[in-house]
Design a binder for this molecule. Structure first.
Ligand SMILES: Nc1ncnc2c1ncn2[C@@H]1O[C@H](COP(=O)(O)O)[C@@H](OP(=O)(O)O)[C@H]1O
Ligand SMILES: [Mg+2]
Ligand SMILES: [Mg+2]
Ligand SMILES: [Mg+2]
Length: 419
């Protein structure tokens, strides 16, 4: 079977143009941008068997193709995601600047949540639904409105609604209409989808790294899109991340902070300033030498075992000390080569959630990196809101992955035999 990439998308019609020897190959296959066959067709052989150009016209009724008539797949979704994450970042920056103790609450699992987590979720949900009116809207997001619907949550709900409206009014004054508290509750609760392997689902962490946010450190607004269980685009807004490298031994040449990373499947990973400069393509480091590599891990030892990662780094031959920062800003920094490895080993019993990895993982893989669980399996985002991973998550480049996997295996075996 010959594979040829479509040269044009014509609504519900895919057109493939190529050349082939029609006498020895009669079955042709139109592939999508991930090289997966979407249409196969047979062309009858010419008696002469000559090499000549051919074109194949096939009817195809996919809503995905129909929706992509004049642009590349997921273009308008990416534009909407960048807009939503940028607006949410503005809201978070405002709150972090003037963080009042009363803006931090405790959820039933005792983790912190702030008015900015809720406000960011409401804004992203509202903007995505408004920008993509012709698409069914499904959102899997971290926060829910339960506490805000209680009597004790009314003041907080008012404050969140004000924040959302202030942000929309200052950033989009031309199209602003105020949201009510009910609108805000509804937008937050749109995030109740369970995700899964069928159709499309947005995946949102409105503030990833809330503890970092409250401390005044790193955090990210992380938004991904799943299609048939795979992450197909991701946007990471990192309002406090310097535009220049934060790796070990690297002096920052500018004080400017605020990065927006974005990636679409098959299209590479990019970074731009949150203030809207032109974007640059980013790539993970290509070092294969652990002595040149540094590694990222959680700032919070409660989120990832610092002991285990230090044992892995030692076995691998990494000399540099860990770079500890909060949130998926780690994935963003790794995607542009600030460091070579990200190690995440949650303590026993913790179940990873898809919103903590969806956006970050596509940014890194499109930048040429690899994201797997501790056994080397790819992450499976198709099983609902949880990610079932073996022991932990590891991220690095192609060259270092084989030796990293060996070091992880050794360190995990050592830990198991010491218990
Ligand atoms: N005990 C635990 N082990 C591992 N991860 C945890 C955890 N408790 C919370 N987390 C997750 O770790 C995320 C932050 O990761 P990091 O340590 O890389 O900054 C949190 O995201 P939120 O801040 O969105 O709740 C939360 O989902
Ligand atoms: Mg949280
Ligand atoms: Mg998170
Ligand atoms: Mg969060």
């Amino acid at each position: 079977m010959k594979m040829c990439t479509p040269t044009r998308w014509l609504g519900a019609r895919a057109v493939a143009v190529g050349s082939g020897r029609t006498s020895d190959c009669s079955c042709f296959c139109v592939t999508n941008f991930r090289n997966q066959p979407i249409i196969t067709t047979t062309i009858s052989a010419t008696p002469q068997g000559t090499r000549r150009p051919f074109s194949v016209f096939c009817s195809y009724s996919s809503p995905f193709l129909a929706a992509s008539s004049s642009s590349m797949p997921y273009d308008k979704e990416l534009a909407a995601a960048k807009k939503a994450a940028t607006l949410a970042a503005r809201l978070c920056q405002k709150v972090q600047k003037a963080l009042l103790q009363s803006d931090v609450h405790s959820k039933s699992d005792k983790s912190p949540v702030t008015v900015a987590d809720y406000g960011s979720q409401a804004l992203v949900s509202f903007v995505l639904e408004r920008e993509l009116p012709s698409e069914p809207f499904s959102l899997v997001a971290e926060e829910d409105s339960g506490d805000l619907r209680k009597e004790s949550g009314q003041e907080t709900l008012k404050r969140i609604t004000e924040l959302v409206n202030d942000t929309l009014a200052s950033e989009e004054s031309d199209r602003f209409t105020a949201l009510t508290t009910e609108d805000v509750l509804r937008a937050i609760d749109n995030g109740k989808s369970e995700g899964g392997s069928i159709g499309r689902h947005w995946v949102l962490d409105p503030i990833d790294g809330t503890k970092g946010f409250v401390r005044g450190d790193q955090y990210a607004i992380a938004l991904g899109l799943l299609h048939e269980g795979k992450v197909v685009l991701g946007v990471l807004a990192c309002p406090n991340l310097p535009l220049t490298s934060i790796g070990n031994n690297q002096q920052s040449s500018s004080n400017e902070v605020g990065c927006l990373f974005f990636a679409k499947v098959g299209d590479g990973a990019y970074m731009q300033s949150l203030n809207g400069s032109t974007h640059i393509k980013v790539h993970v480091t290509d070092t294969g030498n652990p002595e040149e590599a540094s590694f990222f891990e959680s700032f919070e030892a409660a989120h990832s075992s610092h002991d285990l990662s230090s044992s892995i780094a030692e076995k691998l031959g990494v000399k540099a000390p860990p770079v500890r920062i909060d949130s998926q800003a780690k994935y963003g920094a790794l995607s542009r080569g600030d460091g070579a490895i990200y190690l995440r080993f949650p303590h026993k019993g913790y179940r990873e959630k898809i919103w903590d990895h969806a956006a970050g993982s596509i940014v890194v893989t499109e930048a040429g990196g690899i994201v797997t669980d501790a056994a080397g399996n790819p992450l499976d985002f198709s099983k609902g809101k949880f990610l079932d991973v073996a022991s932990g998550i590891i991220v690095t480049n192609q060259k270092l992955m084989p030796s990293l996997l060996r070091a992880v295996k050794e360190a995990l075996n050592e830990k198991a035999s010491s218990l």
